[in-house]
Design a binder for this molecule. Structure first.
Ligand code: PRP
Length: 207
């Protein structure tokens, strides 16, 4: 399923991202804020474990998310501000990194860096700001699936209807939480109206 956030604050932050006046630090900061909103939404129904802690009235048990069974994974490089934000909320979760490059002539993707931690029976939060054609996220899902996770949940900032349909058709078991579904892809495979290239905007590397 694809879940789109509808809070007016979410829409306001997306408008800041679209604004060319937003410099790299504001762009990354806004991505990080939106990521927190996505994590809240994605974990809304998450079950709690009982955790024994020392309180002012002695040892007691309270509910908490079992963060040790969560992996936050990203595809370099635009996902980095999202990953940083998600692991601030979930400090005991493990972080995983993938780098996938598409060969411009064959259009096949090549994995050139894989530092995923143990994924077996864990919930994987896969964070990447953009779903354009959906190719990158499909490649990442395919790879993570081969590591036998319990569940994969994708957290994205902006996507095209075409890309999201491709991902959700191919992986109906993967829930996608997204801040903004835009109108369409153009012939160059850019999201319209979109916000430009999230990696370039985050790291001051305009084409
Ligand atoms: C962006 C984005 C996704 C991908 C989406 O990364 O972060 O990973 O494009 O496009 P797709 O849905 O058509 O695959 P990009 O390749 O620009 O790399 P970057 O993060 O290094 O900027």
């Amino acid at each position: 399923m694809v879940y789109e956030l509808s809070n007016p604050l979410t829409k306001t932050l997306i408008t800041h991202l679209r604004d060319q006046k937003s410099d790299a630090i504001r762009f990354r900061h806004t991505i990080a804020e939106l990521t927190k909103q996505l994590v809240y939404e994605a974990l809304k129904e998450f079950s709690l474990i009982q955790k024994s802690i020392k309180t002012w009235q002695g040892e007691q048990s309270f509910g908490a998310i079992d963060e040790k069974n969560i992996v936050v994974a990203t595809v370099l490089r635009a996902g980095m501000p999202m990953l940083g934000s998600a692991i601030e909320l979930l400090p005991d979760a493990a972080a995983g990194f993938l780098a996938i490059k598409r060969d411009e002539t064959t259009h096949k993707s090549v994995l050139y860096y894989d530092r995923l931690p143990e994924c077996r029976d864990k919930t994987i939060l896969l964070v990447d700001p953009m779903v354009a054609t959906g190719g990158s996220i499909c490649d990442a899902i395919e790879l993570i699936k081969s590591r036998n996770p319990k569940k994969i949940v994708a957290l994205n900032i902006i996507g095209s209807p075409e890309g999201l349909e491709r991902v959700s058709k191919r992986y109906s078991d993967v829930d996608i939480y997204i801040a903004q579904i835009d109108e369409r892809l153009n012939s160059d495979m850019f999201i319209i109206p979109g916000l430009g290239d999230a990696g370039d905007r985050s790291y001051n590397t305009p084409e």
